[in-house]
Design a protein around this ligand. Structure first.
Ligand code: AHR
Length: 642
């Protein structure tokens, strides 16, 4: 492995007595206010994170509107695709099934789900479909061996399009099941929007989210929730950008969009990757509310993904894009008597969602971006002056574009600037001081996408990547007056269908896997504090000297002082933590530790807790706490005061 700490390192001058390093936390010196929403999540429909992931739908291409309408389905007998007199005009295709007398094959179709349908024995699944015509259908679960494992008949009663619902229960557990539909009666029946959800979704909602994945997000205690992406916001072409208005209203009538991660990487090609928008902006806002997180929607600024082409809307034609932003704010916050606030109410949420901020553009760059952004900023400030606006500093954390865009963001006067950094562990370790000298007077920083990429392991979510993020984040905490928001990226990945890694949470059709990086985010999310405190060791402010990184915060709501120490070295170190400053009586202490001897360690489905937080040992005497910080460890010490 490369040397981890290239230049850093003067010794921890003045803080060593033979074995113990003394860290002083000055509880009287609040160096920064920590935003209550500082640590959060960034969601993008990449790696089958939405359809096939967080979104609970188990049927792929449920409304036959993929460009190849049979995608996801294996049809048998006489099945055709039609679109005359559709049930849903924006998703016009449907299947017609005809069973002729004496048919040898029978008529019907199997759906293969998203790399299979996860079936759990004995659990209830809600199946629904729209049908036109009278007939008898047999709905079956089929396992990976092609054996039936739980089925039921249902009668449709003729006439116009109508929705039918039934409950199904698998007789076996199988990660790669299928749904089979058989027409048993002679004649023709039309079927559309065939949908299957586990009954147990997050909060038991219809059109709901996969419980295990939504609860993993909730357990991060996220303060902010950026959605719906990254690159998918921009689209490879303007025509395929994410358009939030297509993602709201009746689920069946939300038009399909191709997912740009369908074809982006030819070596990771997923021609069956589309966005149903079943998880749309209404559902995102609900999740934010569930998690107690502030919503941060990001919209296209009229520039398609600049990695792909130079499609740009001429400023003279930008108004519809600006209207999308204004209408979104109305959808989230407007009175129920307004057009978009009315739609929100009709969808089930008359109370406003309390949107506070909006992102305009994702990773934009060059001279095309500022003038377009300015047009948005003028329009939003004029109508909604209370809304914070997030601009972009381009796709990299440094370099020409970054240097050009930051002054432009200042000139335009956005409230926050989104920075993205996908860098090596060495970079993260060397950059804990990145924000120490940032201008305190301009826009604040939103570290909107970051992750430590360990190239040598194929960008595994290994402990080294997590530990380097933990160490770097002490610098975010120390600079919380300028860094207001931070979100790791990307969030989700299906083990059988990913395009990008590392990712915070992996899953298959049955279970989820929390990475070491997840636990780092969780520790910061749960132990953020309200104010950063001056933390030092002699003259060092602990940005990597001898592999030690530290920061601290007080949480005035919970009456605790929180000290975070990353020991990025192969030596166990003893720390004495002196809580300086008057007036606090310390009554108890605990320490949570994320540690592994092997920096290459990862979590797997077989060993999911290989790297996971453990309780460590701490002693507290008066205002002095002592801990032993093991080699390669991230330690979060929580000291309660009265
Ligand atoms: O997080 C994956 C991608 O990385 C995002 O879509 C994009 O913003 C960045 O390039």
């Amino acid at each position: 492995m490369k040397r981890l700490l290239p230049l850093l390192l003067t010794a921890l001058v003045g803080c060593n007595n033979a074995q113990t390093v003394t860290i002083t936390v000055d509880t009287a010196q609040k160096i920064a206010e920590i935003q209550p929403n500082m640590y959060g999540i960034f969601f993008e429909d990449i790696n089958f994170g939405a359809d096939g992931g967080l979104y609970g739908e188990l049927v792929k291409n449920r409304s036959f509107d993929f460009p190849h309408p049979q995608t996801g389905w294996t049809m048998f007998g006489d099945v055709k695709i039609a679109s005359a007199s559709p049930a849903f005009p924006r998703n016009p295709n449907y299947a017609t099934l005809t069973l002729a007398p004496g048919s040898l094959t029978g008529t019907g179709m199997d759906n293969a789900g998203f790399k299979g349908i996860g079936l759990k024995e004995g659990e209830t699944y809600n199946l629904s479909f729209w049908a036109k015509g009278a007939g008898t259908l047999k709905m079956d679960f089929v396992d990976a061996d092609n054996d039936l494992c739980g089925g039921k008949e249902i009668q449709t009663d003729g006439g116009e399009w109508k929705q039918y619902r039934m409950e199904m229960t698998p007789e076996r557990t199988d990660a790669h099941g299928r749904l089979r539909i058989n027409l048993l009666s002679e004649g023709t029946l039309c079927l559309d929007h065939i949908s299957l959800f586990p009954a147990k979704t997050w909060k038991g909602r219809e059109n709901g989210m996969r419980e295990a994945l939504a609860s993993a997000l909730n357990d991060l205690n996220p303060g902010v929730f950026r959605f719906p992406g990254g690159c998918i916001v921009e689209g490879t072409t303007l025509g395929t950008r994410y358009q939030w208005k297509n993602s709201v209203g009746q689920v069946e009538n939300r038009p399909l969009n191709i997912n740009r991660w369908n074809y982006t990487f030819r070596h990771k090609f997923f021609p069956d990757y589309f966005q149903s928008y079943g998880l749309g902006f209404y559902e995102y806002f609900l999740l934010c509310e569930d998690f107690g997180a502030d919503a941060l929607p990001v919209l296209s600024c009229g520039i398609a993904c600049q990695f792909e082409n130079d499609q740009c809307v001429e400023p003279a034609h930008l108004q519809p894009y600006i209207d999308d932003a204004l209408d979104l704010i109305e959808f989230a916050n407007g009175a129920t008597g307004t057009k978009w606030g009315g739609l929100r109410a009709q969808m089930g949420h008359p109370e406003p969602f309390g949107l506070k901020m909006i992102g305009i553009g994702n990773e934009q760059w060059g001279e095309v971006y500022p003038p377009r952004l300015e047009m948005f900023v003028r329009a939003i400030r004029a109508k909604y002056p209370e809304i914070l606006i997030v601009g972009s500093s381009g796709p990299s954390a440094d370099g020409e574009q970054f240097e050009y865009l930051w002054p432009e963001m200042r000139r335009i006067g956005v409230d926050l600037v989104d920075e993205h950094y996908y860098k090596s562990p060495e970079w993260f370790l060397a950059n804990a001081g990145r924000y120490d000298n940032y201008d305190r007077n301009g826009p604040k920083v939103f570290a909107g996408e970051y992750a430590s990429h360990h190239a040598e392991s194929g960008k595994a979510n290994n402990f080294l990547s997590a530990l380097s993020e933990a160490a770097f984040m002490t610098g975010l905490e120390r600079n919380a007056d300028v860094v207001h928001l931070a979100t790791y990226a990307p969030l989700f990945a299906h083990v059988d269908a990913w395009q990008w890694r590392p990712d915070l949470i992996w899953f298959d059709n049955m279970q989820r896997l929390l990475t070491p990086n997840y636990y780092v985010q969780q520790l910061y999310g749960h132990h953020a504090g309200t104010h950063a405190l001056k933390t030092s060791c002699g003259t060092s402010d602990l940005k990597g000297e001898e592999g030690i990184y530290a920061s601290s915060a007080v949480d005035e709501n919970k009456s605790v002082v929180i000290i975070k120490i990353a020991n990025v070295s192969d030596k166990t170190r003893n720390f004495g933590i002196e809580l300086a400053g008057e007036g606090k009586k310390y009554v108890s202490a605990e320490v949570v530790v994320l540690q592994h001897d092997d920096l290459m360690a990862v979590n797997t489905f077989e060993n999911p807790l290989n790297v996971a937080p453990q309780e460590g040992k701490v002693t507290l005497k008066g205002n002095k706490a002592t801990i032993e910080a093991l080699n390669n460890s991230f330690n979060v010490l929580i000291v309660k005061y009265e």
